[in-house]
Design a protein around this ligand. Structure first.
Ligand code: GDP
Length: 456
């Protein structure tokens, strides 16, 4: 693992115009680079600066003042990367930022790669890999719930859980060694029984801790797919919900949606509402693409919201929708409650006993509160226990570790000598270490940090 200590520089705030922009430096020569570019108004040379104190002054190119700025130096190891870190807070114009950054690059710094600051924080042991990932989750989270979960991870929730699990495996390995090294003192059958029970218990703990769905919902939102035949009021309902909730979430770059999707915040939870193009079997090619997409969306749904026109009796299409087999729970909205009703809850329940049924009027915005409440109730309970593994990469590793532990149990059940299990146990321990980065794998690292942006 190469840890470079050369001095890197990047814009740490978003690109574009703003009140201020922060350009950050990190590395062995951060102090030197800063002193070549920044002159404090008080005249104090950078090497004499107090730790983490802001100084007012100018970014200078020779004798020319390039910008009026504030600057701060955080000395190693009391910094984000544990190296010397400096920040210049300049005016947030594109040209100012570009000029200040090029001054730094001309004065001995190198342009940072994506995620390089956080990568250094990791390589210098300030945070582990799960915490580095949490930084990214925190930056990209679009709901309160997502940010709470990311913060828990950043504060070491995952790290602590993984450390404990790995310690348990070390104990198991110690037991195996004892049985192998002191065969006269340790009863092998008893040791095997003990190991078997403890490996199974650990497996169960890991399994219970895995909750990928909760992580996905916290981070990307609850996927609600709205379905129903034409004219029942799906678009009206979607619009009413969007009007009701002012906070509309802008989609993150890179998330692809097959059908019209709008995201809103409901009770701190991001909810992605997708309106399907209708599910009629059709010969029309364009529409049938829409139908395929609608089906795909339904397969990914956390909740299926079926809209019916309460003023009309059920049609065969409605019945087909109600009977449709999907994994997601169904919520049935009987719309148009302002009109004379031809449909009742019991008509719906007769075909779809498991559904939650609500009556509403999309046009007047009535019944929306109860609907929102109902939708949010389908989000997985927020993991109050920090032990929960919610990030896909962590869940995958925990499952592989479980498989390795199960192999150890299978070896015992097959009557193999106890030391055979050491291979499986070591593997489980290694895989769990990938979550926190204790067992380093360069590919894993690259994969994690390539999702970062420059300046993080
Ligand atoms: P979609 O095809 O399912 O998206 O349905 P629309 O939202 O386009 O609505 C179809 C028609 O039903 C429109 O004329 C709406 O104004 C009307 N509509 C929607 N919701 C209500 C409602 O709650 N009450 C009444 N009376 N009409 C409604």
């Amino acid at each position: 693992m190469i840890l470079r200590t050369d001095t890197i520089a990047a814009l740490a705030t978003p690109e574009g115009e703003g009140g201020i922009a922060i350009v950050r430096l990190s590395g062995a020569d951060a102090q030197g680079v800063l002193s070549r570019v920044f002159h404090a108004a008080c005249g104090k040379p950078v090497r004499e600066w107090a730790h983490a104190r802001l100084y007012y002054g100018w970014a200078m190119q020779g004798d020319e003042r390039v910008d009026e700025c504030m600057a701060v130096l955080m000395r190693a190891p009391r910094s984000y990367t544990r190296e010397d870190v400096a920040e210049i807070h300049c005016h947030g114009g594109r040209m100012q930022v570009r000029r200040v950054l090029s001054l730094l690059l001309a004065s001995g710094a190198r342009a940072a790669e994506p995620g390089e600051f956080t990568r250094r924080a990791f390589l210098n042991g300030r945070i582990d890999l799960s915490q580095a990932e949490a930084v990214m989750r925190l930056i990209s989270s679009s709901s309160e719930r997502g940010s709470r979960e990311a913060l828990r991870q950043l504060e070491g929730g995952v790290s602590h859980f993984v450390r404990e699990a790995r310690e348990q495996i070390v104990d198991l390995l110690a037991g195996v060694s004892a049985a192998v090294d002191f065969p006269d003192e340790v009863d092998e059958a008893e040791a095997a029984g003990d190991l078997r029970a403890r490996a199974l218990a650990l497996c169960e703990t890991l399994r219970r801790a895995c909750d990928e769905r909760s992580g996905r919902v916290a981070q990307d939102g609850l996927n609600v797919v709205i379905a129903g035949r034409p004219n029942v009021g799906k678009s009206s309902l979607l619009n009413a919900l969007l009007r009701e909730e002012r906070a509309i979430v802008t989609d993150l770059p890179g998330t692809t949606r097959d059908v019209l999707t709008e995201s809103i915040l409901l009770r701190g939870l991001r909810v992605n509402l997708s309106d399907t193009a209708g599910l009629r079997d059709t010969q029309d090619v364009v529409e049938s693409i829409g139908v395929t997409r609608a089906r795909t969306a339904m397969e990914r749904a956390d909740v299926l919201l079926l809209v019916l026109d309460g003023s009309q009796a059920l049609t065969p299409e409605d019945e087909a929708l109600l009977r449709m087999q999907v994994d997601a729970p169904k919520v049935v909205a009987l719309n148009k409650s302002d009109l004379a009703q031809a449909l009742s809850e019991s008509d719906v329940r007769a075909l779809c006993p498991e559904a939650s049924v609500l009556t509403l009027c999309a046009q007047r915005g009535e019944g929306l509160d109860a609907l929102c409440e109902c939708l949010v109730s389908f989000a997985p309970a927020e993991g109050a226990q920090s032990a929960t593994l919610t990030q896909a990469r962590h869940v995958q590793a925990a499952r592989e570790a479980c498989a390795a532990l199960s192999d150890a149990v299978a070896a015992i059940d097959a009557g193999m000598p106890l030391d055979v299990t050491a291979v499986d146990l070591t593997r489980a321990q290694h895989i769990l270490g990938e979550i926190t980065g204790e067992t380093l794998d360069e590919d894993v690292l690259d994969r994690v940090f390539e999702t970062f942006c420059v300046g993080k």
